[in-house]
Design a protein around this ligand. Structure first.
Ligand code: ZN
Length: 601
């Protein structure tokens, strides 16, 4: 019984892959085929079948009737002998979640291009990857962690996956990319960087990535893969990643990568290393330690869980912390990143509306389908989840006098749920494991952190850990958080502005703010402020020059209708966090070192 796919970038200029799927022993009752509606790691129904352009079945050279049963299923009529399916897939999604093909490169996730053979998902799946034909493509290569069976020096040829689940968990890059390599704890790590790129500091990049990977492998005690691949696409402006069992696909802004002769660490590079660290941490947390509702993935429907905060939030907590523990960033740099996360959560009025468990469950229809009101209605299970992880970590350290931390909980989860045949973490089980490792009751902590919208008691925890915190007034549109010795008073509009085609648009209007009280809505276009033309910079200046209670006359367009309102300016409320090292208490400094450097007490 064999399943064999032959995939060819048949028409790069038309963004088309051609696939021939051969099933040696099709279902005698008529073989069904299906394509996933979503890709694990990205919780949104995407209906990948919409990109299938043409499809037909045949057997021994003769056409076979093929019925489209529902949006992602097809059924072939009964045949004696092998059945072949030939189809083309339109690949023009530049994200890490789909498939792409043009004259410059190709990329695909199995969820976009490989139809599953119903009933045979657990048998081995063979794949033959062919190069595009033509002189233009002679230098193209393949990068993937799909296990190779027989490949050329450029990696074209035969691959095999143990089952469909594995087949779709190894993304594939095609093209002329830069190849780098380093070892972490004796394991080979490849980096394939696609996209236009000059003057990359390869040595620095590999050294930093190696430090991060080694820190994480040592943290868990073992790597769950035999080799690892970072697929990186460098673009003008982009950011994103998707985790897989032994690889990750990343999109990064070209300017965020380290260049030769750059001596300082730019913010963008820190962001890129944070992304590397995040996706790599998922190798343990979500790719192996999984919610029970993901075992197995049901790829035709939303797989709901209240635990996404634990898989995305905790991973978001450790991504930056691992940068610090690996020595890639300083303690103060780490505190600055943490202050930015605190600020992001503080500025979302939705944190008083949605609990973290609700945010996890509703991810499919809310977080992944944001709109102009999201900040008022949602909390992010990434950022708030990271703060819950922080609060839990510091609470465990405080309560146990340093004997126990979130690190121990993660290692226990890894021991208990990391095996390939694990049933996954049950909805109530994560909290039970944490309480068991801690050795004390955590019910009230989790009730507050996950099932209420009450703020976390972080200021006291910071103090205990030798960190001074401040909650201050923002100092302008560029202020993302961080310690400020002095702050100036300021007014707030209660809205986020954006310049668009020469106009000033309200991108978001926040609950209870001055703009909402005045009757302004998201997408309104400001025209005049006290009869003068408006730009976002001009509004910025007004907010530092006017007095609280001042009333201004605004003209704005809603769609094509000119409207007027009076807006009363309000004082800005503190919504920006700053953190800095506090060296006054030697015991607290020691605790902080245990936390930020993972030194055993
Ligand atoms: Zn993630």
């Amino acid at each position: 019984m064999t399943i064999h796919y032959r995939i060819e970038p048949v028409s790069p200029e038309a963004h088309l892959f051609a696939v021939i799927l051969t099933v040696s022993q099709p279902d005698p009752a008529g073989q069904q085929f299906w394509l996933p509606t979503w890709i694990p790691g990205s919780y949104l129904i995407r209906d990948f079948a919409r990109h299938i352009v043409s499809i037909q079945a045949s057997s021994q050279g003769k056409p076979v009737a093929l019925t489209h049963c529902d949006l992602q299923r097809w059924q072939a009529a009964h045949v004696d002998g092998a059945l072949q399916l030939e189809y083309t897939v339109y690949a023009a999604d530049l994200s890490v979640r789909g498939a792409w093909l043009d004259q410059t490169r190709g990329f695909f996730n199995g969820t976009s291009v490989f139809l599953a053979v119903a009933g045979q998902e657990n048998t081995p799946h063979q794949v033959e990857i062919l190069p595009p034909s033509g002189e233009t493509y002679t230098q193209w290569q393949v990068a993937t962690t799909l296990p190779a069976v027989a490949v050329t020096s450029s990696n074209w040829g035969q691959y095999q996956a143990a089952n469909y689940d594995e087949l779709i968990d190894h993304p594939v890059e095609l093209g002329e990319f830069m190849r780098l390599q380093f070892e972490a704890c004796g394991i080979v790590h490849d980096v394939a960087i696609a996209g236009r790129l000059a003057q990359l500091d390869q040595v620095r990049l590999c050294k930093d990535m190696q430090q991060i990977c080694e820190t994480q492998i040592r943290f868990f005690g073992a790597a769950p893969f035999e080799r690892y691949l970072f697929l990186v696409l460098a673009v003008g402006d982009g950011y994103g990643g998707l985790e897989h069992r032994s690889s990750t696909s990343l999109i990064a802004s070209r300017a965020d990568l380290p260049l030769l002769h750059e001596t300082t660490q730019k913010t963008g590079y820190r962001r890129f290393l944070g992304l590397v660290s995040h996706e790599y941490f998922h190798s343990w947390n979500v790719k192996r330690i999984k919610p029970a509702s993901f075992v197995p993935y049901r790829l035709g429907e939303a797989n709901l869980t209240r635990l996404l905060w634990a898989f995305e939030g905790i991973t978001s907590y450790y991504d930056d912390l691992m940068l610090r523990r690996s020595g890639v960033i300083s303690e103060q740099d780490y505190l600055e990143l943490l202050a930015q996360t605190l600020t992001q959560v503080e500025r979302m009025p939705g944190r008083y509306v949605q609990t973290l468990e609700e945010a996890s469950l509703d991810a499919w229809i809310k977080y992944y389908q944001p709109n102009e009101n999201s900040a008022n209605a949602l909390v992010s299970y990434y950022t708030k989840g990271a703060l819950v992880a922080l609060a839990l970590d510091l609470t465990l350290r405080q309560h146990s006098q340093g004997k126990c931390s979130l690190d121990d909980v993660m290692r226990c989860l890894w021991q208990r749920f990391g095996a390939a045949d694990s049933a996954g973490v049950g909805e109530a089980e994560w909290e039970a494991v944490a309480a068991e490792v801690a050795g004390f009751d955590l019910q009230s902590f989790f009730d507050l952190a996950l099932r209420s919208t009450t703020a976390l008691p972080l200021a006291e925890l910071f103090q205990y850990m030798g960190v001074q915190s401040q909650l201050r007034i923002t100092q302008g549109a560029q202020d993302q958080g961080g310690w400020q010795a002095q702050t100036l008073p300021r007014l707030s509009l209660g809205a986020k502005l954006e310049a668009e085609a020469g106009f000033t648009k309200l991108k978001q209007v926040f609950t209870g703010g001055a703009a909402q009280r005045a009757g302004l809505s998201a997408n309104d276009v400001l025209v005049a402020w006290d009869d003068l033309r408006v730009t976002p910079e001009w509004v910025e200046r007004q907010l530092t020059q006017r007095q609280p209670g001042d009333v201004v006359k605004l003209c704005f367009f809603r769609r094509d209708e000119l409207m007027h309102c009076q807006l009363q300016l309000q004082s800005a409320v503190p919504d920006t966090w700053g953190l800095r090292l506090d060296e006054t208490d030697a015991t607290a400094v020691l605790r902080r070192q245990h936390w930020l450097n993972a030194i055993a007490p």
